[in-house]
Structure formats: C-alpha cells, structure tokens
Design a protein around this ligand. Structure first.
Ligand SMILES: C[S@@+](CC[C@H](N)C(=O)[O-])C[C@H]1O[C@@H](n2cnc3c(N)ncnc32)[C@H](O)[C@@H]1O
Length: 280
C-alpha cells in the first residue's frame, strides 16, 4: 500500500523537497489560498458541512485552513504519502486542531477509502496525478451527501517568477520543456475538470479563475523559486542548452550574484482555477 512504482517523481513517500515546496506555496500564495477557500466556505453556507475532505492533501495547507473555516466540522486529509500525513497531524496538533483533523492514508488509484459521508471536498493540484480520475470522481459523488460540494483547483500553467530579461527568456524555454515532459508524465494535467465532474454526476456551480500577480514578491518567494527551479532542473537537465544550464546554475548558486535567494526582481505570476460543483 502506498507505493507508487509508476510515479518516478513527485509523490514518493519521504519526498521532503516536495513537502517544503508545498509549504512555501501556502506561504507565498497565502492570499490566493484565503480567497479560494473563503469562496468555497461561502458556497457551503446553508448546505451540509459536517465532514470536509481534502483529497491529495499534501502538507495540509488546505486541510488546516478548511478546519479554520468550517469550525464545527471534521476535516479528513487523504493522501498516499504517510510522510505528508505525518506533517499534517503535527500541524493540527500545534494549532489545537487535532481533535477535528483526521488523516487517511490511501492511494486514490486503488478502491475508494471508507471516509463516511462527505459534505464538502477540496482537491488541490492532486487529481492530475491520478491515472483514473473519472472513477475517483464517481466514487466521490456516491460518497457525497445530497447538497454537498466539491471544489477542484488546478493551475492554468505553472507559476512564474522571472522576468524575460533573465537568461533572455530562460523561464519561458524551461516551462516549454516542462510542458512536453508533463504531456507524457501527467496526461490528466489541464483536462476539462468541469466536464469530468459533470460526467461523474455532479452539477456545475461555477468556475472561477484566481489570478496571482505578486510584485514585489512576498519574502519566501526566493526560497520557493529556488526549490521549484532546482526540482525542475533535476528533471530537465539533459535537455537544457549549455547557455540555459549556465543561467540555471547561476540562479541556484546561493553565493553567486544572481542567486534566487537574494534577487529583488522576482514577480510571482500564475492562475489557479477553482471548479465548484454540487451533488443535487
Ligand atoms: C502537488 S501535491 C498537492 C498537495 C496539496 N493539495 C496542495 O495543494 O498543497 C499532490 C499530492 O497528491 C498526492 N497524491 C498523488 N497521487 C496520489 C494518489 N494516487 N493517491 C493519493 N494521493 C496522491 C501526493 O502525495 C501529493 O501530496
């Protein structure tokens, strides 16, 4: 259980650099997280909200914020990685939320875990990792109480940090390579989630893009960009031109003049789109 031989990157147990990246995402994009979850909380007004599920919860940025917003509810964090779930339990304990936050280790590509009846589900950047998201959405639909909600959030393109002047369009080229790499590794990335939710039996409520455009960038952005480009560089190193490899090495050299950790020209851009649907 919980071993992903087909996942060569990203979701393996004990991937501590992914955990750190997810925590930085919660920090740097804190306003997006607050806005998106406030919106979901409002949409749940008047509906059932006893059990909230964070599907593919990662380090729990969503889980803990959901527990804040849904004051009476039990929040269930589901992930295949025991390490991620350990982190969530530690945070819940530290924030006095351990009594209402439960973790369930489950590989969502395996049969649906018994979570009980679900009222509100939040799935952030997780469904695109699954080989069978349609089956998972049908099972989620069956587990959702009538009147319950599901919110799927995914990025429209990866986050960007650099200006075009850096390495003469370096980031654009790197993201182009990543796009090709993702096409085989994560075939569900960028799929039509509203259509997939509808096909699973949900009724669409709304689709809302949250535009991220942070300049000056928040204080943790340098560390976020550094970790992100480090991970990307590991994946794509054999495809970089010598000039781009040199640009990347400069950005990642903590002592060098162009270090991401010390630049003052970082500009965080991106869009996350939340698809909200309900079970009538
Ligand atoms: C990109 S992270 C997103 C984490 C979190 N939702 C967030 O937005 O910060 C994707 C998460 O999905 C989990 N995941 C990937 N494949 C999974 C699977 N088959 N079953 C359960 N969880 C999975 C990974 O362990 C990881 O924690």
């Amino acid at each position: 259980m919980g071993h992903h031989h087909h996942h060569r990157h990203g979701s393996d147990d004990g991937d501590s650099s992914l955990a750190e990246l997810l925590d930085l995402d919660g920090e740097v994009l804190t306003d997006y997280w607050a806005d998106a979850l406030d919106w979901v909380r409002q949409a749940a007004d008047g509906g059932p909200r006893q059990r909230i599920v964070d599907l593919g919860a990662g380090t729990g940025t969503g889980t803990l914020r959901l527990a804040d917003r849904f004051a009476e509810a039990e929040v269930v964090a589901v992930d295949s990685s025991p390490d991620m779930l350990d982190r969530i339990r530690a945070k819940a304990l530290a924030q006095g939320l351990a009594g209402r936050v439960r973790t369930v280790q489950a590989d969502l590509d395996q049969p649906w875990p018994d979570l009980g009846t679900v009222d509100v589900t939040w799935a952030s950047l997780s469904l695109h990792h699954l080989t069978g998201p349609d089956r998972v959405l049908r099972d989620l639909h069956a587990a959702t109480r009538p009147g319950g909600l599901v919110a799927v959030t995914e990025f429209d393109g990866r986050p960007r940090f650099l200006t075009d002047a850096v390495g003469d369009g370096f980031e654009e080229r790197l993201l182009g390579l990543l796009h090709e790499h993702d096409a085989e590794r994560l075939p569900e990335l960028g799929t039509d989630w509203p259509a997939r939710l509808t096909a699973a039996g949900f009724t669409l409520v709304d689709v809302r893009p949250f535009v991220i455009d942070l300049a000056p960038a928040p204080p943790s952005t340098g560390r976020y960009a550094d970790l992100w480009l480090r991970r990307l560089g590991e994946r794509l190193s054999d495809q970089l031109t010598p000039a781009d490899a040199a640009t990347l090495a400069g950005l990642l050299d903590p002592d060098g003049p162009s270090s991401l950790l010390r630049r003052d020209d970082l500009h965080v851009r991106g869009t996350r789109t939340v698809t909200l649907a309900h079970r009538p």
